[in-house]
Write a protein that binds this ligand. Structure first.
Ligand code: ADP
Ligand code: MG
Length: 413
């Protein structure tokens, strides 16, 4: 929440800087151009006539254009700099159209327009990195010339129209470059931040995990001893051991964050791994009225993997499938060889499915939609599959169910 607020403030700050620069250039060019056009040029060349033309808005043009300045500054100071550029653009075009109509309408003076100020307007679209502004400027100015051409019945508007179009094209290329540059920067920054976050959480979890594991294993040992010593006194020992194991598995999961594990490859049978997984999850499945069907496509070859880790993967996935089916149903596990050298295991459930906006977060540590979830299961699963150079594919339809496919290479190179 605070982050968003900060981003907004920074963006307003950037926009303010851009608009301030814009105002400076706009008014400087406006003044310099007019001095040059009405005083310098006529004095030293035969081009144009000395002084501001009497026909048009005359001094009113300056009064109007300069009256836009305090309004703009007021808007910026109030913390809403965004509309200022449109305000200047629209007012400027309106003033220019009126001025031109007053000068040229109903007489035969040769149309001469085009203004360096328009250049400032056009070339500020990449500075604002704003496509809407770009189209407003380009279409606004081109529209102005076409309108004047039609009303004044002259083709003299063609050169400035063409020049505006060419300059707009250049400004557009710049704008697009800026866009992609900024997008790249943002995504690189995001990635870095994500990695850094993971690294910090990873180090923290590893440190805590390490400290917890040893006392936990002695606690489990003593509990077991106690149970053996007094086998008939108390039913709570099995539950205590079960809960200690649960803590232990969470600690194990935590220690996976952000770092690859060493894998000890051995030949394993997928049938056995799945059978083991089902024996672990069976109780929970029964409690929730979930049945599991396993479909193996013919005899399956032994494959190279870290058996212990893969058991973890399938326990996580099947648990998720069971947990998704709050009202019971069927889970289908299909195992087959694909592309000759890959093992594909898909787990289909009839649970609530995964909302689109959550798909991207799957596998991020601590992402969970469950009341008592840890959000570590898929992260660990992902990591193990990545370590095995395999892939995890997720298809999900809301209210229908989810299909999760694990693809693993059969032979380890
Ligand atoms: P946890 O199970 O502790 O929530 P996971 O990493 O295992 O953490 O899963 C993260 C989230 O992904 C779950 O909270 C759930 O929203 C979603 N999810 C995972 N598997 C499924 C599934 N089979 N059906 C529906 N949602 C799922
Ligand atoms: Mg889970």
């Amino acid at each position: 929440m605070k982050d968003k607020h900060n981003t907004k403030l920074k963006l307003i700050f950037e926009e303010k800087r851009a608009i301030n620069l814009f105002l400076w250039l706009f008014y400087s060019f406006f003044i310099i151009f007019d001095i040059f056009y009405y005083y310098v040029l006529p004095k030293y060349t035969s081009y144009g006539q000395m002084g501001i033309p009497k026909e048009g808005l005359n001094y009113w043009q300056f009064i109007l254009v300069f009256s836009m300045l305090p309004i703009s500054i007021y808007k910026i100071k109030k913390g809403n700099p965004y509309p200022v550029k449109y305000f200047l653009l629209v007012s400027y075009i309106l003033i220019d159209v009126i001025d031109n109509l007053m000068i040229y309408f109903g007489n035969s003076t040769k149309f001469a327009s085009g203004n360096i100020v328009e250049l400032v307007l056009i070339f500020f679209s990449p500075v604002f990195v704003n496509k809407k502004y770009f189209w407003s400027v380009s279409l606004g100015i081109i529209g102005k010339y076409i309108f004047l051409g039609v009303v004044l019945k002259t083709t003299d508007v063609l050169p400035p129209t063409v020049i505006t179009a060419i300059l707009s094209a250049i400004a557009y290329i710049l704008l697009i470059r800026f866009y992609s540059y900024i997008n790249t920067l943002t995504s690189v920054y995001e990635e870095l931040r994500q990695k850094e976050k993971l690294a910090v959480i990873g180090r923290m979890s590893a440190a805590i995990g390490h400290e917890i594991r040893n006392p936990l294993s002695s606690l489990r040992g003593f509990t077991q001893l106690q149970q053996e010593r007094y086998p008939n006194t108390n039913d709570f020992y099995p539950i205590m051991i079960q809960e200690i194991d649960r803590i232990n598995s969470i600690v194990n999961d935590l220690m996976y964050i952000g770092k690859p594990r060493v894998i000890h490859y051995e030949k394993a049978s997928i049938e056995e791994i799945i059978a083991y997984t089902l024996s672990i999850t069976q109780q929970q499945a029964e409690r929730q009225g979930v049945t599991v069907e396993t479909i193996m496509a013919g005899p399956l070859p032994p494959f190279d993997c870290d058996e212990k880790q893969l058991k973890q993967v399938f326990i996580n996935l099947i648990k998720n499938a069971i947990e998704a089916m709050t009202e019971g149903g069927k889970i289908e596990i299909r195992v087959k060889v694909i592309e000759k050298d890959k093992m594909s295991v898909s787990i289909l459930d009839e649970g609530g499915g995964i909302a689109d906006e959550n798909i991207l977060n799957l596998g991020e540590p601590f992402f969970t939609t469950k009341k008592d979830g840890t959000g570590l299961g898929l992260m660990v699963t992902n990591q193990i599959i990545k370590d095995h150079l395999g892939e995890l594919n997720i298809d999900s339809i809301l209210e229908k169910g989810t299909r999760i496919e694990v693809v693993l290479p059969i032979k380890h190179k």
